[in-house]
Design a protein around this ligand. Structure first.
Ligand code: ADP
Ligand code: MG
Length: 452
């Protein structure tokens, strides 16, 4: 790849990570002008861009470049005012008929009343065996809110369509029942609202503001883990809506019984309605998703390319969309379909390969994160149940996924006797065969272990 091709493919990828408006703002008039050994020099039009790119996007750009060419280790931005050709970005912008004002407008299309993004609809949600139950339950709730399943709890790994699905419910209700007041809120936002209501002693008015709501949609409730005060307030909010038959819809990356540090009473509320999971889509469904996404794009990609993407990008639907977009952008810039070699390069960061992407660090990090622990907790010499089980799971995964020897694992865990590790391994292996909750947890952890 020459400098221009390299930058072109980096830009294509950048578009996947940042909004179009941001992309147009920060990457317009940028160019790779020089390569000095391991360093890439990028010209930018002004000091403002330079500062922004070096502070906000340095790591992302470097990682993307490094994925394409692992000899690249460093970036430098230099200012080069230009009126001139402005290669790639302009072309992308023209092709996409991006009008920045319009884009900004698009971004603000989020409904201010409901916080819903109008793009998330049942109509563009592909259903397959992996999400059938979640979809059916969501549809049922949207047809008869408050009275079918309450709460509705949807869980599944990252990028598998939870937000899309729960917002679809909101959008449909908003459309079909004009009088019902729908509110979508992320748990993060919810927690920060509760915290500030506590600080400003305005909890009553915060609660009062929620009381007219008929449909409350709270995304990513695993975020409540360990936040006791927020859980307590949420519990009361939940109850007061629930008692009035108001519909509550929740999503999480794990089932209620696997959310660590969740108060028992809240957990049992979460479990009190319908719980449905979203799994990974299979090959056929991935192909359908690609084709569906392509429909709106006014462009065709040959079947064999779609099949290549569907068979190689397996991690989740977000990545599938990302892979497709990066090929579309290539197509638009070059006016030709990339050949297989180029496709492989473009898709490198999307391709799921269990052998190349996991390692010791990733396993420890994923297990700790899943159980809301700090990594160092896993190594604490303690018999506390909240630590012992995650530690045994970490040991199990090191053995199973990385084929570490038992003594090697024992050394990692502070020189424990290796029979302790064997015991942990056997215990988790056996329990996972008997206990489907543990199997689910292991699967969710493995999804993380093998993701990006
Ligand atoms: P999650 O909330 O589970 O992390 P999202 O709902 O944000 O995932 O989905 C990630 C992306 O994949 C979104 O752009 C979404 O529109 C798309 N997506 C997910 N599931 C589907 C589906 N079943 N059909 C079509 N698009 C989907
Ligand atoms: Mg989400």
């Amino acid at each position: 790849m020459d400098n221009n091709e390299l930058w072109q493919s980096v830009l294509a990828q950048m578009q996947l990570y940042i909004s179009k408006a941001n992309f147009a703002t920060w990457f317009q008039n940028t160019e790779v002008i020089l390569r000095e050994d391991e360093k890439i020099i990028i010209s930018v039009p002004n000091a403002f861009s330079k500062e922004w790119l070096s502070n906000k996007y340095y790591k992302l750009i470097l990682k993307t470049m490094h994925d394409k060419d692992n000899t690249i280790k460093e970036l430098e931005f230099i200012i080069k005012p230009q009126s001139s050709k402005n290669l790639v970005v302009k072309k992308i912008i023209e092709n996409e008929k991006i009008n920045i004002d319009q884009l900004k407008f698009e971004e603000f299309k989020i409904n201010k009343e409901t916080n819903l993004n109008p793009r998330y609809l049942f109509e563009n949600f592909v259903v397959g065996s992996f999400n059938e139950l979640a979809h059916a339950a969501s549809l049922a709730v949207s047809e008869n809110p408050g009275y079918t399943y309450n709460p509705l709890f949807i869980y599944g790994g990252v990028g598998l369509g939870k937000t899309h699905l729960i917002q679809s419910i909101g959008n449909k209700i908003n459309n079909d029942f004009k009088k019902k007041k729908v509110k979508y809120i992320s748990s993060e936002k919810f927690v920060s609202n509760i915290v500030s209501a506590i600080r400003t002693k305005s909890m009553e008015s915060f609660k009062a503001s929620l009381s007219p709501i008929d449909i409350l949609i709270v995304d990513d409730v695993q975020f409540f883990a360990g936040k006791n005060k927020s859980q307590e307030e949420f519990f009361h909010i939940f109850n007061s809506l629930y008692e009035k038959n108001k519909q509550i819809i929740l999503s999480s990356d794990k089932p209620p019984n696997a959310i660590p540090e969740l108060e028992e009473r809240l957990r049992s509320r979460f479990e009190g309605g319908m719980i449905a999971d979203i799994n990974l889509p299979d090959y056929e469904t991935r192909l359908v998703i690609l084709k569906t996404k392509l429909q709106g794009k006014n462009l065709k990609l040959p079947e064999d390319i779609l099949e290549y993407i569907a068979s190689n990008v397996k991690k989740n639907i977000r990545e599938l969309e990302g892979a497709l977009n990066s090929l579309l952008i290539y197509y638009k810039i070059n006016n030709s379909v990339p050949d297989l070699d180029n496709i492989k390069k473009l898709l490198k960061s999307f391709i799921f390969s269990p052998f190349s992407v996991t390692n010791y660090k990733k396993i420890i990090e994923s297990v700790a994160k899943f159980y809301n622990l700090e990594e160092k907790n896993l190594f604490d010499p303690t018999r506390r149940k909240e630590i012992v089980k995650p530690r045994q799971i970490a040991m199990f995964l090191l053995r199973k996924e990385l084929k570490y020897s038992f003594p090697a694992i024992a050394r990692k865990f502070g020189g424990k006797d290796h029979t302790t590790v064997i015991y942990a391994y056997k215990k988790i292996l056996q329990e996972s065969e008997e206990n489907s909750k543990l199997t689910d947890e292991l699967n969710l952890i493995k999804q993380r272990v093998y993701s990006g």
